[in-house]
Design a protein around this ligand. Structure first.
Ligand SMILES: [Zn+2]
Length: 159
């Protein structure tokens, strides 16, 4: 991790077999719900880096970077024709040959909407996959009156 960081490559490669050998239950939980576990792992990697390698007193250092978790595996791959709907959102290995590459598309993981009328901020976390960010039609401040202030009167689609 440290040598990666010195080369400004902020990632940590994890062999899924090592994870399985360390804790089989954790491995199974990771494979069934990678969306949540990747966030937890990346946050753990950053914490380890901050505690073990990062020097907060050194003003010449860049702010503590965010790390990417890269999983690699030599498990038996699932054939493309065997992909079923029960595998959606799971961590699987599929065989393939890369025939072309393109620039990766950046997708938001978190959207913050601000109401143009009352300034209420609504945070929406997005899952992986094809989920699109859709702004809520009705201001939530308006839906939850009585938090001290009077009911805001926001129009439709005010975010
Ligand atoms: Zn509002």
């Amino acid at each position: 991790m440290r040598s990666n960081a010195q080369r400004l490559q902020f990632y940590l490669r994890v062999n899924i077999r090592d994870l399985n050998a360390f804790d089989e239950q954790l491995h199974n939980a990771f494979a069934t719900n990678p969306t949540e576990y990747i966030k937890v792992f990346e946050s753990a990697i950053q914490t380890i880096y901050r505690v073990d390698y990062y020097d907060e007193n050194n003003l010449e250092m860049e702010p503590c970077p965010k790390f990417q978790l890269q999983i690699h595996s030599d498990e038996n791959p699932v054939m493309i024709r065997d992909l079923q709907s029960n595998l959606v959102g799971k961590l699987i290995c599929v065989p393939g040959i890369i025939t072309s590459t393109s620039k990766s598309n950046i997708r938001a993981r978190k959207c913050v909407y601000t109401c143009t009328n009352c300034g209420h901020e609504k945070v929406v976390e997005l899952n992986f996959g094809l989920a699109r960010a859709i702004a809520p039609a009705i201001c939530e401040q308006q839906r939850m009156p009585g938090i001290g202030n009077e009911k805001a009167n926001c129009p439709m689609n005010s975010y």
